[in-house]
Design a protein around this ligand. Structure first.
Ligand code: GUN
Length: 286
């Protein structure tokens, strides 16, 4: 049987480290880190995510500033809010929940966030720094994936890693982080030929396609490690919602280790957001 990589437990350890850093900052007379969370409209999934981010901030002792704006908010109003948050010293991190309503240019809004406060790591300055190995803020999900892999491997040097999915938020930044760690990276996507064959070569598979149960048992080499970033909501016969990953979990028990869905990558993302907020606060003091 494959080992289950327990994202909840790893996230709890990271939360403990983050809280200890916050306590030390406060004890040293520094201000408590602050995170502004901006939600435009009332997309139900976004409401859940934003609620969790605010709750976790409070648990760890990060001051949270909640900005819930109506769906009709204009782009100018949103940009004006971001300008105020950029200038506010009590705000160390700014998170604008996406997706934004269609009348708002998401790229323009994300580029308006000061790179030093961009705790999502979405700003082109942070993307560029990550791609050149020159620091910056690492996007939360890729950061969490690396932390999970670090519980399995001491060293990623020379490993064959296959990333499924080339999104700006997950696939591409993970590829950059893997390259920094001297892995050999293959990034695949919906147009990739012979995806099962490519995956069968992999020591590590990162499944981030958003395609439920795409990765089948015969795609996986015995002893490979699988990180499943997929989360698709599926209605069950009794009307409940079930989260389904990108990996057919029951078929990959010949892997060395695999993350479950839920309870794998998901809990890490929010804990990495908190860690990024504290890192941003520390960098802003210097
Ligand atoms: N929507 C879904 N995931 C995320 C995320 O990580 N950050 C932001 N800002 N919005 C999201």
């Amino acid at each position: 049987m494959a080992d289950i990589i327990d994202g909840k437990a790893v996230a709890k350890t990271l939360d403990g480290e983050t809280k200890a850093q916050i306590d030390a900052m406060v004890a040293a007379g520094l201000p408590r880190p602050g995170l502004a969370v901006v939600l435009v409209g009332s997309d139900p999934a976004s409401e859940v995510y934003v609620g969790r981010k605010i709750k976790k901030s409070q648990e760890l002792g990060i001051t949270s500033f909640e900005h819930r704006l109506p769906a009709e908010t204009s782009q100018e109003e949103l940009l004006a809010l971001i300008a105020r948050l950029n200038a506010d010293n009590a705000v160390n991190g700014i998170l604008v929940q996406v997706p934004l309503p269609a009348h708002i240019d998401t790229g323009l809004v994300l580029r308006a966030i000061a790179p030093s406060k961009d705790v999502d790591g979405f700003h082109p300055v942070n993307v560029g720094r990550l791609s050149t190995g020159t620091g910056g803020i690492i996007p939360c999900t890729p950061f969490g994936v690396m932390k999970l892999l670090d519980t399995v491997f001491d060293d990623l040097t020379g490993l064959d890693v296959v990333v499924i999915g080339k999104s700006n938020i997950v696939g591409k930044p993970i590829a950059m982080l893997m390259l920094e760690r001297e892995a050999t990276v293959t990034v695949t996507h919906i147009e990739t030929k012979d995806l099962p064959d490519i995956c069968r070569q992999a020591d590590v598979i990162i499944a981030a396609a958003g395609a439920p149960e795409l990765v089948r048992g015969y795609w996986v080499k015995p002893g490979a490690v699988i990180i499943d970033v997929g989360i698709t909501r599926r209605k069950t016969e009794d009307g409940k919602t079930k989260l389904v990953g990108d990996v057919k979990f029951d078929e990959v028990q010949h892997a060395r280790a695999v993350t479950p869905v839920p309870g794998g990558v998901g809990p890490m993302t929010i804990s990495c957001l908190m860690a990024n907020t504290v890192q941003a606060a520390r960098d802003q003091v210097e």
